[in-house]
Ligand binder design. Structure first.
Ligand code: UDP
Length: 327
């Protein structure tokens, strides 16, 4: 127990992590530049505004709160944008994370939980990806996250930085209590875009590519509920506190759904038509990303019980209709 520094705590996943941390008896300290996060989403502990590129500011926050651990969510995370602006991703994600790691080590805060991604694996058609799969990212976002994983390993060797790396598959859903939820500006993710289209808040959803080598021609992804995902982070903190050492865990369910299947489920859950049209492929998209998730379940005791597509869409729909942050 104690203070946990949560970078990106004002964002979608970070805000859910803060809620879970508080419920588990920790004090989440949010560090966020509010470029893509929302001050309204910081509800469960203190807030410190700042950028990871400012080392002095990081040192100040470590000195003020003396955190026992770091949970590092802050990152740019749009695959398409990373392809057109790779420099932004390398500078923000990699250099920012390097500053954070160095500040943590300097402060003697050596338990570190990192939000990585299945995008580090790249396109490996028709295989289920486990933690030992090769990492060949095909977009700058995935490449930047893989580089940060390497940084963590090097600082473990030099300074004893203990880390748990979580490679997320596709995160969806929202806090069932409606306190926090998913809200990006601009929005690029499939589920919230689809819910907007259902409500007529934006034009029809465009399916990015219908000529992939999958049964219905659309990309397949493994969707995991944000509440299950952050539960794994609490288990990851305990794993480190128990001295079990650095480890990588995939977080997914092992079940893949195509874009068309997500549309079908959304129609069923909301009982509303989903306006969509078929479009071109989006640069950087892998055909299929499905997790071999046995390790998190057997070693961490993780159970992604909320991660049915139906439940994720139902919780996202509820948030969509009732929750919002002031812009
Ligand atoms: N997708 C789509 N139309 C959209 C947004 C996403 O067809 O407007 C597809 C995208 O090509 C991918 C899946 O939905 O196959 C999930 O994309 P998202 O951006 O939500 O997450 P990512 O897989 O990029 O992390």
């Amino acid at each position: 127990m104690g203070n946990v520094l949560v970078t990106g705590g004002a964002g979608y996943i970070g805000s859910h992590a803060c809620k879970a941390l508080k419920a588990a008896g920790h004090m989440p300290v949010t560090f966020d530049n509010l470029e893509t996060g929302w001050q309204d989403a910081v509800k469960f502990g203190p807030f410190e505004q700042g950028t990871l590129l400012d080392r002095a500011r990081l040192d100040e926050v470590f000195a003020k709160y003396q955190p026992v651990a770091v949970m590092h969510f802050a990152a740019l995370s749009q695959v398409g944008e990373s392809m057109s602006m790779p420099g932004l991703y390398w500078r923000n994600n990699v250099m920012g994370s390097l500053n954070l790691v160095e500040a943590a080590v300097a402060a003697g805060c050596l338990d570190f939980v990192f939000s990585s991604t299945c995008a580090t694996y790249g396109d490996q058609d028709n295989v289920v990806l486990d933690e030992n799969s090769a990492q060949h990212p095909i977009n700058a976002y995935g490449a930047s996250k893989r580089a940060i994983e390497d940084i963590l390993r090097d600082f473990e060797a030099s300074d004893g930085l203990r880390h748990v790396i979580f490679r997320y598959f596709n995160v969806a859903g929202a806090d069932p209590d409606g306190e926090v939820g998913e809200f990006h500006q601009p929005e690029t993710h499939l589920v919230p875009l689809m819910l907007d289209a259902i409500e007529g808040k934006r034009d029809a959803l465009t399916i990015f590519g219908t000529d992939y080598d999958t049964p219905d021609g659309t990309c397949i992804r493994d969707y995991v509920h944000v509440c299950d995902l952050v539960d794994a982070h609490i288990l990851g903190l305990k794993w480190l506190a128990d001295g079990k050492g650095s480890r990588v865990f995939n977080l997914g369910t092992g079940h893949g759904f195509s874009v068309r299947e997500v549309i079908d489920h959304s129609r069923a859950v909301t009982n509303r038509a989903v306006p969509f049209k078929e479009g071109a492929r989006r640069a950087g998209d892998c055909t299929k990303l499905v997790s071999g998730s046995a390790r998190a379940e057997t070693e961490l005791g993780w159970s992604p019980h909320r991660s049915t597509l139906k439940q994720m869409i139902a919780d996202a729909w509820k948030w969509h209709q009732t929750g919002h942050y002031d812009q």
